[in-house]
Design a protein around this ligand. Structure first.
Ligand code: NDP
Length: 328
């Protein structure tokens, strides 16, 4: 028997998350059994710890979209007992039981080997949020962004995606401007490498003019909604925005004018279904471009029993940086 955080749904349709003892027989099908060491907390985990936001199909459910641990048994020839492995995405923690458990049975196709020089704890400090931030940086650079082009805007900067994006961009020599609704995080964002702090209110208003002053050479946007719409009109000629999240809303109340008159690119970023090759590329770049001491500064440690409260906090935008969950 081992510990897992189980979410159950009662007769009235309300969900309850509780630490419970589970046996291996209860785990879903899969060809690799992993002894989980660490997991983490992403915005989506906040949804799955509560009513689910339509993501969870069946109850009882074990959330946790990310996990890192050691292989116990494997029917997949690519993995052997003792191998350190990392899993993000593939709807684990949503459609399949996830990482808020001391053991997880998963499909070997979903795993990547832990990068050399990185610990399982550090991999979970990165987690889906950091992996997605790296995918966003890669997308901007694949579309021509380079240091020296001008300031790069990061929205939702004090959140998980935003914190990692800020640290990576700064390490690569970009001038980073971080948008935050929490002025008290300014010192934290500066320690990650942000040169300018942009108050959220400055970008919160609905688009009035489709084109504003050309300001940003690139943008990693975790917020969506009115903020993304405003940012599109502030991009420099030919600049790209990587659309990552919807913390501020799923709508895009924008015009097409920035695309037509300034050649602005809007790049969609998905972390869940990325093929294996892209995953390796992003993890290799994380290993190179994310300073570990800055990653350490983002970490808030937690245990499985802390997660129900942390889950509701992340949905309110109250979590700073990255929560790392020691499941043991
Ligand atoms: P966090 O909650 O850690 O960060 C989100 C940040 O957005 C908050 O910290 C806050 O930053 C800001 N924010 C919150 N609410 C609002 C609001 N109403 N208006 C403006 N800004 C707001 O979440 P994550 O970093 O884990 O995820 C960020 C977004 O990215 C989520 O929408 C998530 O679903 C999405 N995501 C998408 C992925 C993909 O594959 N495309 C993968 C991972 C995440 P501050 O306090 O600094 O203003």
């Amino acid at each position: 028997m081992f510990n897992a955080l189980i979410v159950e749904k009662d007769d009235e349709g309300k969900t309850h998350a509780k630490l419970q003892k589970v046996s291996e027989d209860a785990l879903p099908d899969g060809n690799v059994l992993v002894n989980v060491e660490y997991s983490t907390l992403n915005y989506k985990d906040g949804l799955c710890l509560g009513p689910g936001g339509g993501l969870v199909r069946n109850y009882p459910h074990v959330p946790g979209i990310d996990l890192a641990g050691t292989v116990e048994t494997s029917e997949d020839t690519r993995y052997a007992p003792g191998d350190k492995v990392v899993l993000t995405g593939w709807r684990v923690g949503e459609a399949h039981w996830g990482g808020y458990s001391q053991k997880a049975r998963v499909n070997g196709d979903w795993l990547v080997p832990l990068q050399e020089g990185m610990s399982n704890r550090q991999a979970m400090a990165v987690g889906t949020a950091g992996f997605t931030a790296m995918l966003a940086v890669l997308a901007l650079e694949d579309h021509g962004l380079k240091p020296g082009d001008g300031p790069v805007l990061v929205t939702g900067a004090a959140g998980g995606v935003g914190s990692v994006a800020t640290a990576i961009l700064a390490k690569r020599g970009y001038e980073v401007a971080g948008v935050t609704g929490r002025p008290e995080t300014a010192g934290y964002l500066q320690s990650l490498g942000a040169q300018t702090i942009v108050p959220r209110e400055e970008l919160a208003e609905t688009v009035k003019r489709p084109l504003e002053k050309e300001t940003w050479a690139g943008c990693i946007d975790a917020v969506g909604g009115d903020m993304l719409a405003r940012v599109l009109g502030q991009m420099k000629y030919g600049g790209s925005v990587a659309a990552v999240g919807l913390a501020g809303g799923a709508q895009l109340p924008a015009t097409v004018i920035p695309f037509l008159l300034r050649g602005v690119n809007l790049l969609g970023i998905d972390s869940v279904m990325q093929p294996y090759g892209n995953r390796l590329r992003a993890w290799e770049r994380l290993q190179r471009d994310l300073p570990l001491e800055k990653l350490e500064a983002m970490i808030q440690p937690a245990t499985l029993s802390d997660l129900p409260l942390l889950g509701s906090n992340i949905l309110k935008g109250h979590v700073k940086g990255r929560v790392v969950v020691d499941v043991n």
